[in-house]
Write a protein that binds this ligand. Structure first.
Ligand code: R7I
Ligand code: MG
Ligand code: MG
Ligand code: MG
Length: 373
């Protein structure tokens, strides 16, 4: 059991990396066909010698900082994490960061990390970013707080607020984090197959509480606090309210899963493949669940491997491919374990060794045990 859990810790961080590295080449393409994916995998396999790695992007760079910060502080420390984000950015600014988040790094640096939440609050005229940059880097939080859901939610929110203070941004990151945790902790013996319906319903249950709660994460002004309170009273316990945004998206995920094989165009239309948290995080969860079953036109490239299928299917939707594949890959890796990540992928993607040792350290922090796999 212990070995399996460790494998799933490693699987989650490496699953995130392979999704980012392989997905990066396809970012922003409206369509990605199987032949294109197949050719890319062939060229990846053919790379030899020095420089044979496929590079990771900002998704992995920030995930590494989240993990490093949690490991070195053995807790969430906002200024330490903020400093790591910004320093990493200034060392490697060309990793493909979101257009607006780089302003936060500049401000953090200029203000010498005085109030690490200030700059993010000022983004987009004070409404904060709803980009998927919180969700894309959240997997280490799920590992770190695997056994304590309250703590997981709090760290997911607070770590996201360093860059994303829009409710859609941080609640999306919380959702992604809960999805990784659920995949990680789901008992899987051959006899206990994951119920996809229940997986989504469990997430809905948790998100209902989170989205129904007073919006106290973003204390920008007294006025908006009052506004939030009034709004909260109005919408409390009413799942049909627009504030139960992710609960509603999860309902769409559940419905689409129940339909079985759905054309990609429909997934793109209903769930989205965009850079916004709400148009990519439910999609990543869908990819994981959809790919528990075969996907006809991926049969020749997934070789029957459900984790590989998850990553390739996410990319095949087009759009924000690195991020959606990375988030889907981290959920799948938490469920299937590192053994399911194709060895060629592990060998050719940049940063796998580092992610492996980070996962082992997080495993030690979360369980007190030493990882032996
Ligand atoms: O969210 P973020 O870190 O970007 C992550 C994405 C991933 O796809 C990465 O792979 C990388 O390519 O970028 O960075 P932000 O700059 O906070 O948000 C990304 C983009 O989302 C912004 O540049 C905007 O285009 C859009 N966006 C918004 N647009 C209008 N109003 C985010 N929030 C808003 C908003 O409130
Ligand atoms: Mg990226
Ligand atoms: Mg400022
Ligand atoms: Mg992206």
């Amino acid at each position: 059991h212990s070995k399996t859990m460790c494998s799933r810790f490693i699987g989650s961080l490496v699953g995130a990396i392979v999704g980012d590295c392989i997905g990066a080449d396809f970012e922003c393409r409206p369509f990605v066909d199987t032949l294109h994916l197949s050719n890319f995998l062939t060229s990846m396999a053919g790379k030899t010698g020095r420089g044979n790695k496929v590079s990771y992007t900002d998704d992995t760079a920030m995930t590494r900082s989240v993990a490093d910060s949690l490991i070195s502080k053995k807790a969430f420390n906002a200024s330490d994490m903020a400093m790591r984000f910004a320093e990493e950015y200034f060392q490697n600014p060309g990793r493909g960061y979101g257009a607006n988040v780089v302003q936060v790094f500049q401000d953090l640096h200029v203000d010498r990390y005085a109030d690490v939440y200030q700059s993010a609050r000022e983004q987009f005229g004070g409404t904060g970013s709803y980009g998927n940059g919180g969700g894309m880097r959240i997997a280490p939080v799920a590992l770190f707080a695997m056994n304590d859901t309250e703590k997981l939610i709090q760290i997911a929110r607070d770590s996201t607020l360093i860059t994303h203070t829009n409710k859609k941004g941080y609640n999306g990151a919380i959702l992604q984090c809960l999805a990784v945790q659920q995949a990680l902790t789901h008992q899987h013996a051959p006899s206990v197959r994951l119920s996809r319906e229940k997986f989504v319903e469990d997430l809905q249950e948790k998100m209902k509480k989170i989205e129904g709660k007073l919006d106290d994460a973003n204390k920008a002004t007294k006025a908006s606090e009052e506004e939030a309170k009034v709004k909260d009273v109005k919408t409390q316990g009413d799942p049909s309210s627009k504030d139960f945004f992710y609960v509603e998206y999860l309902q769409k995920v559940k419905t689409l899963i129940s339909y079985g094989d759905v054309p990609r165009i429909k997934i793109k239309h209903v769930l989205g493949v965009g850079i916004a948290a709400h148009r990519s995080i439910p999609t990543a969860i869908y990819c994981f669940l959809r790919c528990m079953e075969p996907v006809e036109d991926l049969r020749n490239i997934d070789h029957g491997n459900a984790l590989a299928r998850t990553v390739l299917y996410a990319i095949s939707l087009g759009g924000d491919t690195d991020t959606i594949a990375s988030m889907a890959g981290s959920i799948a890796g938490a469920y299937y374990g590192i053994e399911s990540v194709p060895s060629m992928w592990q060998d050719r993607c940049e940063g796998v060794e580092c992610a492996t040792s980070q996962a082992k350290e997080l495993y030690h922090l979360a369980t007190g045990d030493t990882c032996t796999c």
